[in-house]
Ligand binder design. Structure first.
Ligand SMILES: NC(=O)c1ccc[n+]([C@@H]2O[C@H](COP(=O)([O-])OP(=O)(O)OC[C@H]3O[C@@H](n4cnc5c(N)ncnc54)[C@H](O)[C@@H]3O)[C@@H](O)[C@H]2O)c1
Length: 290
């Protein structure tokens, strides 16, 4: 985008983490904001701080919307346009995780994760595209994950949703090529947010290890948000965030099967989860753990 000043940006999942920091930085760049989340209190905190950072001309609206709710998402663009007059930037960021073996995922877990992480992005693109098309310049950002590039044990529904976001985004690159609607797909590695702490999990001990890893060894959300804002400004189609994720992306491309195993092992080791994988595998196959 040539400028973010006076543009209207919709950010889903704006009550926390990457979405909240994106809201702050888009406000600082002069963009008006439509902030979307299911967490009313968190949305208000983000909106108040963004309004401070953006100055007196900035318009901030909040929308208490569940991105997995088709009807609510269908109504969202009209609400945003009624408030702001146009839409230029859509960031499909809202996301949730379930940390469990495949055999431990209930079908409701699949519905919930695919509902928010994949359908939420589909609805965002589907319902906002006609409005973005009317702008002189527009940008869609879809937040996938490095788990949308590599399959990591304990994350079946999450990985499936993020691979889906990647597929959708790569199709949009081509279908919208050479148009005024640009598309960025983002594949972050570990970013220090609430996503892991708030995830549903089946093994409290391994969950505690994952949370500890995330609190210590991951990138601040403000830094990840800064890279995403830069990608919007420069119309960058693909953004991989964190060194580990860049490395995983390269090794996966060079060695599609073995590279997957190498990265999965690295993640399990870093979080101390090798034993959990063995335990889950035995349970899935109806065997005693070795
Ligand atoms: N943190 C990481 O390490 C990491 C890595 C890769 C990708 N991501 C992705 O980044 C995005 C942002 O996550 P985050 O890490 O900032 O997590 P977060 O938990 O801090 O923020 C996610 C936000 O989404 C909101 N949300 C959840 N369900 C929703 C729904 N149904 N409708 C509307 N809003 C909903 C939550 O209330 C929350 O405010 C997610 O898509 C996540 O999968 C995060």
């Amino acid at each position: 985008m040539t400028t973010l000043s006076k543009r209207v940006a919709v950010v889903t999942g704006a009550a926390s983490g990457i979405g909240r920091n994106l809201a702050f930085q888009l406000a600082e760049a002069g963009a008006h904001l439509a902030l979307v989340d299911v967490d009313d209190a968190g949305l208000k905190v983000t909106a108040d701080e963004a309004a401070k950072r953006g100055g007196s001309d900035l318009r901030v609206s909040t929308h208490l919307v569940d991105v997995s709710d088709r009807g609510a998402m269908a109504a969202l663009p009209e609400a945003v346009v009624a408030e702001h007059g146009a839409v230029h930037v859509l960031v499909n960021n809202a996301g949730i995780a379930v940390e469990a073996g495949f055999h431990e995922h209930s079908l409701e877990d699949w519905d919930r994760v695919l509902g928010v992480n994949l359908w939420g992005v589909i609805y965002g693109c589907h319902f906002f595209l006609p409005h973005l098309a009317q702008a002189d310049e527009a940008h869609i950002v879809n937040i996938s994950s490095i788990f949308g590039v590599v399959g990591v044990p304990g994350n079946a529904a999450y990985c499936a949703s993020k691979f889906g976001v990647r597929g959708l985004s790569e199709v949009l690159w081509e279908e919208l090529r050479d148009s005024h609607v640009h598309v960025t797909v983002v594949h972050p590695g570990g970013v220090n947010t609430n996503i892991v702490a708030s995830s549903k999990h089946t093994d409290p001990e391994s969950h505690a290890r994952v949370v500890a890893f995330f609190n210590k060894k991951t990138m601040p959300a403000s830094k990840a948000a800064a890279q995403i804002v830069r990608a919007i400004r420069t119309n960058q189609p693909r953004l991989v965030i964190t060194r580990d994720a860049e490395w995983a992306d390269r090794i996966k491309r060079a060695l599609p099967v073995r590279g997957n195993r190498i990265f999965a092992n690295m993640m399990l080791k870093a979080m101390g989860l090798e034993g959990v994988l063995k335990k889950r595998q035995a349970a899935a196959l109806g065997r005693k753990p070795s």
